[in-house]
Design a protein. Structure first.
Length: 94
């Protein structure tokens, strides 16, 4: 999804992420640390956020992997690092 006036880049708060992803804040932190969830953005000294496109891509990838039956740590780490990557469900390039 490009950053255009019709589709601007938006930041999600922790509360908004928790409403979209059925994990606790601690589990999200663990996944981030392991490279399995999009990395947070430091917005200010006391504020963090996540890029909406990265969180939505992460959710869509979980659904695609469910449908294909192939959820792997390799795929999850690659997608968390680059949500636009073209990996297939076996960790190879498409």
């Amino acid at each position: 999804m490009p950053n255009t006036p019709e589709c601007p880049t938006r930041l999600l708060s922790l509360k908004q992420v928790l409403n979209r992803v059925p994990y606790s804040r601690t589990h999200i932190w663990r996944l981030e640390t392991d490279g399995l969830f999009p990395q947070r953005v430091q917005v200010g000294p006391n504020r963090i956020g996540w890029l909406e496109i990265e969180v939505e891509t992460w959710i869509q990838q979980r659904a695609q992997e469910r449908n294909s039956g192939h959820v792997t740590d390799t795929n999850i780490k690659a997608l968390a690092a680059d949500p636009n990557s073209q990996l297939d469900h076996n960790g190879g390039e498409r």
